[in-house]
Design a protein around this ligand. Structure first.
Ligand code: FAD
Length: 412
Protein backbone atom coordinates (compact mmCIF):
# COMPACT_ATOMS: atom_id res chain seq x y z
CA UNK A 1 0.00 0.00 0.00
CA UNK A 2 1.47 3.33 -1.09
CA UNK A 3 0.49 6.61 0.51
CA UNK A 4 0.27 8.14 -2.96
CA UNK A 5 0.43 6.90 -6.53
CA UNK A 6 1.19 9.49 -9.18
CA UNK A 7 0.07 8.87 -12.77
CA UNK A 8 2.59 10.43 -15.18
CA UNK A 9 6.29 11.31 -14.89
CA UNK A 10 6.12 14.74 -16.55
CA UNK A 11 7.42 17.74 -14.59
CA UNK A 12 4.20 17.96 -12.57
CA UNK A 13 4.05 14.27 -11.62
CA UNK A 14 7.71 14.01 -10.63
CA UNK A 15 7.62 17.28 -8.69
CA UNK A 16 4.63 16.06 -6.64
CA UNK A 17 6.28 12.68 -6.10
CA UNK A 18 9.51 14.32 -4.92
CA UNK A 19 7.72 16.74 -2.56
CA UNK A 20 5.58 14.03 -0.97
CA UNK A 21 8.51 11.63 -0.58
CA UNK A 22 10.61 14.37 1.01
CA UNK A 23 7.78 14.90 3.51
CA UNK A 24 8.03 11.22 4.47
CA UNK A 25 5.31 9.59 2.36
CA UNK A 26 5.65 6.32 0.47
CA UNK A 27 5.15 7.21 -3.19
CA UNK A 28 5.13 5.49 -6.59
CA UNK A 29 5.07 7.04 -10.07
CA UNK A 30 3.63 5.21 -13.08
CA UNK A 31 4.78 6.34 -16.52
CA UNK A 32 3.48 4.97 -19.82
CA UNK A 33 6.69 5.72 -21.74
CA UNK A 34 9.83 3.58 -21.68
CA UNK A 35 11.99 6.38 -20.32
CA UNK A 36 11.29 9.64 -18.53
CA UNK A 37 11.73 12.67 -20.78
CA UNK A 38 11.47 10.80 -24.07
CA UNK A 39 9.39 12.18 -26.95
CA UNK A 40 8.58 15.46 -25.18
CA UNK A 41 7.02 18.17 -27.33
CA UNK A 42 7.87 21.40 -25.53
CA UNK A 43 10.02 24.48 -26.21
CA UNK A 44 11.12 24.77 -22.60
CA UNK A 45 10.65 28.52 -22.14
CA UNK A 46 10.02 29.31 -18.50
CA UNK A 47 10.29 32.39 -16.31
CA UNK A 48 13.17 32.92 -13.92
CA UNK A 49 10.70 32.50 -11.04
CA UNK A 50 9.67 29.12 -12.35
CA UNK A 51 13.26 27.99 -12.65
CA UNK A 52 14.23 29.31 -9.23
CA UNK A 53 11.27 27.77 -7.43
CA UNK A 54 10.86 24.43 -9.06
CA UNK A 55 13.84 23.34 -11.08
CA UNK A 56 16.67 21.42 -9.45
CA UNK A 57 19.83 23.52 -9.04
CA UNK A 58 21.76 21.33 -11.47
CA UNK A 59 19.14 21.68 -14.23
CA UNK A 60 20.98 23.18 -17.23
CA UNK A 61 19.85 26.49 -18.79
CA UNK A 62 20.35 26.54 -22.57
CA UNK A 63 19.82 30.28 -23.02
CA UNK A 64 18.72 33.39 -21.13
CA UNK A 65 16.23 35.65 -22.89
CA UNK A 66 15.68 39.38 -22.43
CA UNK A 67 14.27 40.28 -25.86
CA UNK A 68 12.16 38.90 -28.69
CA UNK A 69 11.32 40.00 -32.20
CA UNK A 70 7.62 39.90 -33.08
CA UNK A 71 6.54 39.57 -36.71
CA UNK A 72 3.05 40.43 -37.93
CA UNK A 73 1.74 39.70 -41.41
CA UNK A 74 4.58 40.32 -43.91
CA UNK A 75 6.23 43.71 -43.51
CA UNK A 76 5.41 44.34 -39.84
CA UNK A 77 7.79 43.67 -36.98
CA UNK A 78 8.52 44.91 -33.48
CA UNK A 79 11.40 44.16 -31.12
CA UNK A 80 10.56 44.03 -27.44
CA UNK A 81 13.48 44.30 -25.09
CA UNK A 82 13.91 44.60 -21.33
CA UNK A 83 17.19 45.32 -19.52
CA UNK A 84 16.73 42.27 -17.33
CA UNK A 85 16.47 38.56 -18.16
CA UNK A 86 12.81 37.64 -18.69
CA UNK A 87 12.94 33.93 -19.36
CA UNK A 88 15.15 30.87 -19.53
CA UNK A 89 15.20 28.25 -22.22
CA UNK A 90 15.67 24.87 -20.62
CA UNK A 91 16.01 21.40 -22.08
CA UNK A 92 12.62 19.90 -21.16
CA UNK A 93 13.77 16.31 -21.45
CA UNK A 94 16.67 16.95 -19.07
CA UNK A 95 14.40 18.74 -16.58
CA UNK A 96 12.00 15.78 -16.56
CA UNK A 97 14.89 13.37 -16.02
CA UNK A 98 16.47 15.52 -13.30
CA UNK A 99 13.18 15.86 -11.40
CA UNK A 100 12.61 12.09 -11.65
CA UNK A 101 16.13 11.37 -10.43
CA UNK A 102 15.62 13.66 -7.42
CA UNK A 103 12.32 11.92 -6.66
CA UNK A 104 14.01 8.51 -6.86
CA UNK A 105 16.79 9.71 -4.56
CA UNK A 106 14.06 10.75 -2.11
CA UNK A 107 12.72 7.18 -2.20
CA UNK A 108 10.02 7.23 -4.90
CA UNK A 109 9.45 3.98 -6.86
CA UNK A 110 9.22 4.54 -10.64
CA UNK A 111 7.30 2.06 -12.80
CA UNK A 112 8.17 2.76 -16.44
CA UNK A 113 6.37 1.38 -19.48
CA UNK A 114 3.43 1.06 -17.10
CA UNK A 115 0.34 2.76 -18.41
CA UNK A 116 -2.38 3.25 -15.81
CA UNK A 117 -5.63 1.90 -17.21
CA UNK A 118 -7.98 2.62 -14.35
CA UNK A 119 -8.16 4.35 -10.98
CA UNK A 120 -10.92 3.20 -8.62
CA UNK A 121 -11.42 5.15 -5.41
CA UNK A 122 -12.91 2.97 -2.67
CA UNK A 123 -13.69 3.45 1.02
CA UNK A 124 -10.30 2.34 2.38
CA UNK A 125 -7.99 2.95 -0.59
CA UNK A 126 -7.66 3.62 -4.30
CA UNK A 127 -7.10 0.68 -6.64
CA UNK A 128 -4.85 1.39 -9.61
CA UNK A 129 -4.63 -0.99 -12.53
CA UNK A 130 -1.53 -0.61 -14.71
CA UNK A 131 -0.31 -2.37 -17.84
CA UNK A 132 3.20 -3.16 -16.62
CA UNK A 133 5.79 -4.62 -19.05
CA UNK A 134 4.97 -8.26 -18.40
CA UNK A 135 1.39 -8.18 -17.22
CA UNK A 136 -1.46 -6.08 -15.96
CA UNK A 137 -1.05 -5.46 -12.23
CA UNK A 138 -3.12 -3.90 -9.48
CA UNK A 139 -1.65 -1.53 -6.91
CA UNK A 140 -3.18 0.23 -3.93
CA UNK A 141 -2.67 3.70 -2.51
CA UNK A 142 -4.38 5.95 0.00
CA UNK A 143 -4.47 8.72 -2.61
CA UNK A 144 -3.87 9.06 -6.36
CA UNK A 145 -2.69 12.13 -8.26
CA UNK A 146 -3.53 12.12 -11.95
CA UNK A 147 -0.77 14.13 -13.70
CA UNK A 148 -0.93 12.40 -17.06
CA UNK A 149 -0.96 15.47 -19.34
CA UNK A 150 -3.78 16.32 -21.75
CA UNK A 151 -5.68 13.73 -23.75
CA UNK A 152 -6.04 10.83 -21.32
CA UNK A 153 -9.43 9.27 -20.69
CA UNK A 154 -8.68 8.86 -16.95
CA UNK A 155 -10.14 12.19 -15.68
CA UNK A 156 -13.40 11.58 -17.55
CA UNK A 157 -13.64 8.00 -16.27
CA UNK A 158 -13.18 9.36 -12.77
CA UNK A 159 -16.18 11.63 -13.24
CA UNK A 160 -14.15 14.84 -13.44
CA UNK A 161 -15.60 15.86 -16.82
CA UNK A 162 -13.79 16.53 -20.07
CA UNK A 163 -11.93 19.42 -21.69
CA UNK A 164 -13.46 20.01 -25.10
CA UNK A 165 -11.55 23.10 -26.21
CA UNK A 166 -7.96 22.73 -27.25
CA UNK A 167 -5.46 23.97 -29.78
CA UNK A 168 -2.99 21.98 -31.78
CA UNK A 169 0.78 22.43 -31.24
CA UNK A 170 3.67 21.17 -33.37
CA UNK A 171 7.41 21.60 -33.13
CA UNK A 172 10.71 20.44 -34.61
CA UNK A 173 14.41 20.95 -34.04
CA UNK A 174 16.30 22.91 -36.70
CA UNK A 175 19.83 24.05 -37.49
CA UNK A 176 20.05 27.82 -37.16
CA UNK A 177 22.63 30.50 -36.53
CA UNK A 178 19.94 32.90 -35.28
CA UNK A 179 20.44 34.12 -31.72
CA UNK A 180 17.13 35.89 -31.21
CA UNK A 181 13.72 34.54 -30.23
CA UNK A 182 11.24 35.23 -33.05
CA UNK A 183 7.45 35.12 -32.71
CA UNK A 184 5.05 35.23 -35.67
CA UNK A 185 1.43 36.43 -35.63
CA UNK A 186 -0.24 35.79 -38.94
CA UNK A 187 -3.66 34.16 -39.41
CA UNK A 188 -2.52 32.55 -42.65
CA UNK A 189 0.67 31.17 -41.15
CA UNK A 190 -0.87 29.97 -37.85
CA UNK A 191 -4.67 30.40 -37.81
CA UNK A 192 -5.92 31.27 -34.32
CA UNK A 193 -2.43 30.85 -32.89
CA UNK A 194 1.17 31.90 -33.40
CA UNK A 195 4.54 30.49 -34.40
CA UNK A 196 8.03 30.76 -32.97
CA UNK A 197 11.69 30.17 -33.60
CA UNK A 198 13.76 29.78 -30.46
CA UNK A 199 17.54 29.32 -30.54
CA UNK A 200 18.62 26.72 -27.97
CA UNK A 201 22.22 25.55 -27.83
CA UNK A 202 24.86 26.52 -30.37
CA UNK A 203 23.71 26.09 -33.96
CA UNK A 204 20.38 24.54 -32.93
CA UNK A 205 16.89 25.87 -32.39
CA UNK A 206 13.24 24.91 -32.10
CA UNK A 207 10.61 26.02 -34.57
CA UNK A 208 7.04 25.53 -33.41
CA UNK A 209 3.51 26.59 -34.03
CA UNK A 210 0.12 26.60 -32.33
CA UNK A 211 -2.98 26.72 -34.48
CA UNK A 212 -6.69 25.96 -34.36
CA UNK A 213 -6.09 22.88 -36.54
CA UNK A 214 -3.47 21.18 -38.75
CA UNK A 215 -0.48 22.53 -36.81
CA UNK A 216 1.68 19.90 -38.51
CA UNK A 217 1.02 21.10 -42.07
CA UNK A 218 1.17 24.81 -41.13
CA UNK A 219 4.53 24.13 -39.51
CA UNK A 220 5.80 22.53 -42.72
CA UNK A 221 4.89 25.70 -44.66
CA UNK A 222 6.64 27.85 -42.05
CA UNK A 223 9.77 25.68 -42.27
CA UNK A 224 9.86 26.11 -46.08
CA UNK A 225 9.56 29.86 -45.62
CA UNK A 226 12.37 29.96 -43.02
CA UNK A 227 14.62 27.89 -45.31
CA UNK A 228 13.87 30.31 -48.20
CA UNK A 229 14.74 33.25 -45.94
CA UNK A 230 18.02 31.54 -44.99
CA UNK A 231 17.11 31.46 -41.30
CA UNK A 232 17.34 27.69 -40.94
CA UNK A 233 19.36 25.17 -42.87
CA UNK A 234 18.00 21.73 -41.92
CA UNK A 235 16.39 19.67 -44.65
CA UNK A 236 14.75 16.83 -42.74
CA UNK A 237 12.58 17.47 -39.75
CA UNK A 238 11.10 15.23 -37.10
CA UNK A 239 7.86 17.03 -36.31
CA UNK A 240 6.19 16.31 -32.98
CA UNK A 241 2.59 17.25 -32.43
CA UNK A 242 0.44 17.59 -29.32
CA UNK A 243 -2.88 19.12 -28.32
CA UNK A 244 -2.91 21.89 -25.72
CA UNK A 245 -6.02 22.45 -23.54
CA UNK A 246 -7.60 25.90 -23.53
CA UNK A 247 -10.01 25.34 -20.64
CA UNK A 248 -9.85 23.61 -17.28
CA UNK A 249 -11.55 20.44 -16.08
CA UNK A 250 -14.92 21.13 -14.46
CA UNK A 251 -13.72 19.24 -11.39
CA UNK A 252 -10.17 18.43 -10.27
CA UNK A 253 -10.83 16.47 -7.05
CA UNK A 254 -12.93 13.66 -5.67
CA UNK A 255 -12.55 11.14 -2.84
CA UNK A 256 -8.83 10.18 -2.69
CA UNK A 257 -8.02 11.70 -6.11
CA UNK A 258 -6.61 14.99 -7.44
CA UNK A 259 -5.98 15.95 -11.08
CA UNK A 260 -3.05 18.32 -11.62
CA UNK A 261 -1.13 20.05 -14.46
CA UNK A 262 -2.04 19.83 -18.11
CA UNK A 263 -4.48 16.99 -17.34
CA UNK A 264 -6.50 19.58 -15.40
CA UNK A 265 -6.07 22.27 -18.07
CA UNK A 266 -3.75 24.37 -15.86
CA UNK A 267 -2.13 25.96 -18.91
CA UNK A 268 -1.88 29.61 -20.04
CA UNK A 269 -4.49 29.90 -22.83
CA UNK A 270 -2.50 32.78 -24.33
CA UNK A 271 0.79 30.97 -24.96
CA UNK A 272 0.03 27.31 -24.23
CA UNK A 273 2.77 27.40 -21.55
CA UNK A 274 1.92 24.88 -18.87
CA UNK A 275 5.08 24.19 -16.89
CA UNK A 276 4.81 27.05 -14.38
CA UNK A 277 1.06 26.91 -13.78
CA UNK A 278 1.25 23.12 -13.55
CA UNK A 279 4.03 23.30 -10.97
CA UNK A 280 2.28 26.04 -8.97
CA UNK A 281 -0.80 23.82 -8.80
CA UNK A 282 1.41 20.82 -7.99
CA UNK A 283 2.62 22.68 -4.91
CA UNK A 284 -1.01 23.36 -3.89
CA UNK A 285 -1.89 19.69 -4.46
CA UNK A 286 1.00 18.59 -2.23
CA UNK A 287 -0.09 20.98 0.56
CA UNK A 288 -3.71 19.83 0.31
CA UNK A 289 -2.73 16.15 0.44
CA UNK A 290 -0.36 16.74 3.36
CA UNK A 291 -3.14 18.44 5.36
CA UNK A 292 -5.57 15.65 4.42
CA UNK A 293 -3.10 12.94 5.52
CA UNK A 294 -2.48 14.75 8.82
CA UNK A 295 -6.15 14.75 9.76
CA UNK A 296 -6.79 11.36 8.15
CA UNK A 297 -9.48 12.67 5.83
CA UNK A 298 -9.00 12.09 2.10
CA UNK A 299 -12.64 12.68 1.23
CA UNK A 300 -13.71 15.07 -1.50
CA UNK A 301 -14.98 17.42 1.24
CA UNK A 302 -11.38 17.89 2.38
CA UNK A 303 -9.68 17.67 -1.04
CA UNK A 304 -11.97 20.35 -2.54
CA UNK A 305 -9.61 22.92 -0.93
CA UNK A 306 -7.17 22.13 -3.72
CA UNK A 307 -9.54 23.39 -6.41
CA UNK A 308 -10.36 26.50 -4.41
CA UNK A 309 -6.66 27.26 -3.94
CA UNK A 310 -5.64 26.84 -7.57
CA UNK A 311 -8.60 28.86 -8.79
CA UNK A 312 -7.60 31.66 -6.46
CA UNK A 313 -4.01 31.49 -7.72
CA UNK A 314 -4.45 31.26 -11.49
CA UNK A 315 -8.20 31.37 -12.20
CA UNK A 316 -8.30 35.06 -13.11
CA UNK A 317 -5.39 34.78 -15.53
CA UNK A 318 -6.86 31.65 -17.13
CA UNK A 319 -10.19 33.38 -17.58
CA UNK A 320 -8.83 36.62 -19.11
CA UNK A 321 -6.31 34.66 -21.16
CA UNK A 322 -9.05 32.50 -22.63
CA UNK A 323 -11.12 35.52 -23.57
CA UNK A 324 -8.10 37.22 -25.15
CA UNK A 325 -7.55 34.07 -27.17
CA UNK A 326 -11.18 34.11 -28.37
CA UNK A 327 -10.72 37.74 -29.47
CA UNK A 328 -7.49 36.92 -31.27
CA UNK A 329 -9.26 34.05 -33.03
CA UNK A 330 -11.78 36.48 -34.54
CA UNK A 331 -9.42 39.14 -35.89
CA UNK A 332 -8.05 39.37 -39.42
CA UNK A 333 -4.52 39.93 -40.68
CA UNK A 334 -5.46 43.54 -41.51
CA UNK A 335 -6.39 44.07 -37.85
CA UNK A 336 -3.14 42.45 -36.72
CA UNK A 337 -1.25 44.84 -39.02
CA UNK A 338 -3.05 47.77 -37.41
CA UNK A 339 -2.26 46.50 -33.91
CA UNK A 340 1.43 46.44 -34.87
CA UNK A 341 1.19 49.97 -36.32
CA UNK A 342 -0.63 51.37 -33.29
CA UNK A 343 1.72 49.66 -30.84
CA UNK A 344 4.73 51.07 -32.67
CA UNK A 345 3.51 54.59 -33.40
CA UNK A 346 2.23 55.36 -29.90
CA UNK A 347 4.94 53.38 -28.14
CA UNK A 348 2.09 51.63 -26.36
CA UNK A 349 4.20 48.50 -26.18
CA UNK A 350 6.84 50.35 -24.15
CA UNK A 351 4.25 51.52 -21.63
CA UNK A 352 2.84 48.02 -21.37
CA UNK A 353 6.22 46.34 -21.15
CA UNK A 354 7.51 48.70 -18.51
CA UNK A 355 4.29 48.78 -16.48
CA UNK A 356 4.44 47.35 -12.96
CA UNK A 357 1.99 44.61 -13.82
CA UNK A 358 4.09 43.16 -16.64
CA UNK A 359 4.72 39.52 -15.82
CA UNK A 360 6.08 36.71 -17.94
CA UNK A 361 3.70 34.29 -16.26
CA UNK A 362 0.58 36.15 -15.21
CA UNK A 363 -1.02 37.83 -18.21
CA UNK A 364 -4.42 38.77 -16.80
CA UNK A 365 -3.62 42.29 -15.56
CA UNK A 366 -1.55 43.16 -18.63
CA UNK A 367 -4.25 41.90 -20.98
CA UNK A 368 -6.95 43.89 -19.25
CA UNK A 369 -4.70 46.97 -19.56
CA UNK A 370 -4.10 46.27 -23.28
CA UNK A 371 -7.83 46.06 -23.82
CA UNK A 372 -8.36 49.39 -22.12
CA UNK A 373 -6.21 51.16 -24.74
CA UNK A 374 -8.97 52.92 -26.77
CA UNK A 375 -7.16 52.70 -30.13
CA UNK A 376 -6.39 49.02 -29.75
CA UNK A 377 -9.88 48.29 -28.50
CA UNK A 378 -11.54 49.98 -31.49
CA UNK A 379 -9.40 47.90 -33.80
CA UNK A 380 -10.22 44.60 -32.11
CA UNK A 381 -13.98 44.94 -31.90
CA UNK A 382 -15.94 42.38 -33.91
CA UNK A 383 -19.40 41.01 -33.01
CA UNK A 384 -17.86 37.80 -31.64
CA UNK A 385 -15.09 39.54 -29.76
CA UNK A 386 -17.61 41.94 -28.18
CA UNK A 387 -19.01 39.02 -26.21
CA UNK A 388 -15.59 38.26 -24.78
CA UNK A 389 -14.86 41.92 -24.10
CA UNK A 390 -18.04 42.32 -22.08
CA UNK A 391 -16.86 39.40 -19.97
CA UNK A 392 -13.53 41.11 -19.38
CA UNK A 393 -15.05 44.37 -18.21
CA UNK A 394 -17.20 42.52 -15.69
CA UNK A 395 -14.05 40.92 -14.35
CA UNK A 396 -12.12 44.12 -13.87
CA UNK A 397 -12.93 44.44 -10.20
CA UNK A 398 -11.16 41.14 -9.72
CA UNK A 399 -7.91 42.45 -11.23
CA UNK A 400 -6.08 43.04 -7.99
CA UNK A 401 -7.84 40.45 -5.90
CA UNK A 402 -8.65 36.79 -6.09
CA UNK A 403 -10.35 35.27 -9.10
CA UNK A 404 -14.12 35.66 -8.88
CA UNK A 405 -15.02 31.98 -8.88
CA UNK A 406 -18.42 32.34 -10.47
CA UNK A 407 -16.85 33.89 -13.53
CA UNK A 408 -14.65 30.95 -14.36
CA UNK A 409 -16.77 29.28 -16.98
CA UNK A 410 -16.08 25.63 -17.60
CA UNK A 411 -17.19 23.34 -20.38
CA UNK A 412 -20.28 21.56 -19.19
C1 FAD B 1 4.71 22.54 -29.09
C2 FAD B 1 4.60 22.81 -27.63
C3 FAD B 1 5.49 23.70 -27.02
C4 FAD B 1 5.38 23.99 -25.67
N1 FAD B 1 6.26 24.87 -25.10
C5 FAD B 1 6.14 25.19 -23.79
C6 FAD B 1 7.03 26.14 -23.21
O1 FAD B 1 7.94 26.66 -23.84
N2 FAD B 1 6.86 26.45 -21.89
C7 FAD B 1 5.86 25.88 -21.13
O2 FAD B 1 5.72 26.24 -19.95
N3 FAD B 1 5.02 24.96 -21.66
C8 FAD B 1 5.14 24.60 -22.97
N4 FAD B 1 4.30 23.67 -23.51
C9 FAD B 1 3.32 23.00 -22.63
C10 FAD B 1 4.02 22.00 -21.68
O3 FAD B 1 4.81 21.12 -22.44
C11 FAD B 1 2.98 21.21 -20.87
O4 FAD B 1 2.09 22.12 -20.28
C12 FAD B 1 3.66 20.38 -19.78
O5 FAD B 1 4.40 19.34 -20.36
C13 FAD B 1 2.63 19.79 -18.84
O6 FAD B 1 3.29 19.00 -17.86
P1 FAD B 1 2.52 17.79 -17.16
O7 FAD B 1 3.52 17.17 -16.24
O8 FAD B 1 1.22 18.25 -16.64
O9 FAD B 1 2.18 16.76 -18.35
P2 FAD B 1 3.14 16.01 -19.37
O10 FAD B 1 4.43 16.70 -19.52
O11 FAD B 1 2.33 15.75 -20.58
O12 FAD B 1 3.45 14.64 -18.62
C14 FAD B 1 2.47 13.64 -18.49
C15 FAD B 1 3.13 12.27 -18.48
O13 FAD B 1 2.13 11.30 -18.18
C16 FAD B 1 2.34 10.16 -18.98
N5 FAD B 1 1.06 9.45 -19.09
C17 FAD B 1 -0.04 9.81 -19.80
N6 FAD B 1 -1.05 8.93 -19.58
C18 FAD B 1 -0.57 8.00 -18.72
C19 FAD B 1 -1.13 6.83 -18.11
N7 FAD B 1 -2.40 6.47 -18.32
N8 FAD B 1 -0.35 6.09 -17.30
C20 FAD B 1 0.94 6.44 -17.04
N9 FAD B 1 1.53 7.54 -17.59
C21 FAD B 1 0.78 8.31 -18.40
C22 FAD B 1 2.84 10.72 -20.29
O14 FAD B 1 3.57 9.75 -21.02
C23 FAD B 1 3.72 11.88 -19.82
O15 FAD B 1 5.05 11.48 -19.64
C24 FAD B 1 4.38 23.36 -24.87
C25 FAD B 1 3.50 22.44 -25.47
C26 FAD B 1 3.60 22.18 -26.83
C27 FAD B 1 2.64 21.20 -27.46
Amino acid sequence: MYDAIIVGAGPVGSYIAFSLARAGYKVAVFEAKETVGSKVCCTGIISQECYAWFCPEDAPILRKVSSAKFFGPPGRSLTLEKDTIQAYIIDRATIDKTLARKAQEAGVDYFLQSKVMSVKPEKECCRVEANCPRQSQEFQAKAVVVACGFGSILPERLGMGKINEFISGAQTEVNTESREVEVYFDQELAPGGFAWMVPTSSGKGLVGLMSRHNAHSFLKSLLSRLIAEGKISSKEFEIKQKAIPLRTLPRTYRDRVLVVGEAAGQVKPTTGGGIYFGLLCAELAVNTLHEAFLIGDLSSRQLCHYQRKWQAKIGFDLCIGYRARVIYDTISNTQIERVFDIARSDKIYEQLLNGEDFSFDFHGKLLSRVLRQPKLLMNLVTPKSLLSLSGISSLRQGVSGEAPEADIVYDK
